[in-house]
Design a protein around this ligand. Structure first.
Ligand code: CO8
Length: 372
């Protein structure tokens, strides 16, 4: 049976941090570090911390601002990480709270209720605990019968989760699926690392997948096909994990946070993503020129320009390949879904678009969609 995306929900946190605020905090921290360690730096025993710049950030990435779930602490040079309230077992967890807010919006957009859903996938770059699954907590809060589970696929968590959902509906084992991406990235950002302190923001997105036969939505898209691929790379990595307790490593060490070889990622992932999209479209007999919209992963504006240029032979316009990086920064797997959420209502019946994510793993996932 034909399967559709019938609704999408986007939840944004209450707080944001501009490049200027972020850079002022980092530079104050770096200058203090350099003053405090002046002698060791002078002797060559320690490297001075380089200064950051808002102009560099915008030019290198397209990012101007990012949302943050909890702003307190993140800019405090005594702390350099957000401060979250620790919640008890009987309170709703932080990530479930974000997920529930986005899921409710997706259900409204799809004109559905909890009774229409029987599968909940929470898919994102990190979950705040291993069990019980965040998805099961969300399922209970929304009153959904059936089952839920969590998935981790870094930047491609949303597209890989959507593939699972599409397959389940196609197979007839599910009548409706919520795929939710509560991307709480800020706790994993190293705000003391000049090269990566600006990259990530927090957000939650959610999508409803169902058979076209039950769809009652004003803006729905048939899922023409999905394609996922992974190829192992250490160029984007976080070593945070439950083994830290027994390996006796420093749980606050920089390698326990997001770190990357950004230049290599750029060089290696752009051609992979372009080839992936081209091969996916080719397998469906769709010429690249037929694509009305590219809802691309939002990691870096120059990456997106390069990928679309490789395929189109020219720069994509903002209408063709919308950018949300300026407002949201990189939101791990949610980026392409934010682009879809904000820029799909203007398409006409029969128009074709592609959602494509690419990132850590490496992992690349795409969905070809046709407006109904
Ligand atoms: N301010 C001023 N100067 C800076 C700064 C800064 N903040 N940062 C770097 N510079 C300097 C560098 O030191 C360098 O100086 P020099 O030329 O003297 O060596 C110069 O600026 C140029 O630096 P780069 O070569 O590093 O700059 P790039 O133009 O390559 O831009 C980027 C850096 C923006 C990081 C770019 O390489 C990039 O975007 N690469 C792709 C990265 C990417 O897409 N990563 C995706 C990872 S996300 C993902 O997969 C999800 C993981 C899970 C989520 C994690 C949540 C926490």
């Amino acid at each position: 049976p034909s399967v559709v995306i019938s609704g999408v929900g986007l939840w944004t946190p209450n707080y944001s941090i501009s490049n200027e605020e972020l850079v002022a905090s980092y530079n104050a921290w770096a200058e203090r570090f350099n003053t405090e360690h002046a002698q060791s730096i002078e002797k060559g025993e320690l490297e001075a911390k380089p200064l950051s710049s808002a102009a560099f950030i915008e030019k290198a990435s397209g990012i101007k601002s990012r949302y943050i779930y909890a702003k307190e602490g993140a800019l405090d040079i005594e702390r350099m990480r957000p401060l979250l309230d620790a919640r008890g077992d009987d309170d709703v967890s932080h990530q479930a709270e974000m997920a529930i807010a986005a899921a409710k919006k997706a259900l409204i957009a799809a004109n559905k209720t909890a009774a229409d859903i029987d599968m909940v996938i929470v898919s994102c770059a990190y979950t705040q605990r291993s069990y019980p699954a965040i998805a099961i907590e969300v399922q209970a809060a929304l009153g959904i019968e059936g089952f839920g589970f969590d998935m981790l696929v870094a930047c491609s968590a949303a597209t890989f989760g959507l593939q699972r959902a599409v397959d389940a509906v196609k197979a007839g084992t599910s009548k409706g699926v919520l795929v939710i991406n509560p991307e709480l990235t800020s706790p994993q950002v190293n705000y003391m690392d000049r090269d990566s302190h600006f990259i990530f923001g927090d957000v939650a997105t959610a999508v409803v997948i169902e058979p076209s036969a039950t769809c009652q939505s004003a803006h729905s898209f048939e899922v023409v096909s999905t394609k996922c691929v992974t190829s192992y790379s250490n160029n984007i990595r976080s070593n945070f994990g439950y083994l830290a307790r027994v390996t006796d490593e420093d749980p606050y060490a920089a390698d326990k946070l997001f770190h990357q070889n950004g230049r290599k990622v750029f060089k290696e992932v752009c051609p992979m993503a372009a080839e992936h999209i081209e091969a996916h479209l080719h397998s469906e007999g769709i010429p690249v020129s037929d694509l009305k919209r590219w809802w691309l992963h939002q990691a870096n504006i120059n990456m997106n320009l390069l990928i679309s240029k490789r395929l189109l032979g020219r720069d994509a316009t903002l209408e063709e390949a919308p950018v949300v990086l300026d407002e949201f920064a990189n939101t791990a797997s949610a980026g392409s879904i934010i682009a879809f959420a904000k820029y799909h209502e203007d398409l006409s019946c029969g128009d074709i678009g592609v959602i494509c994510s690419f990132g850590a793993g490496y992992s690349i996932g795409s969905l070809i969609l046709r407006k109904r």
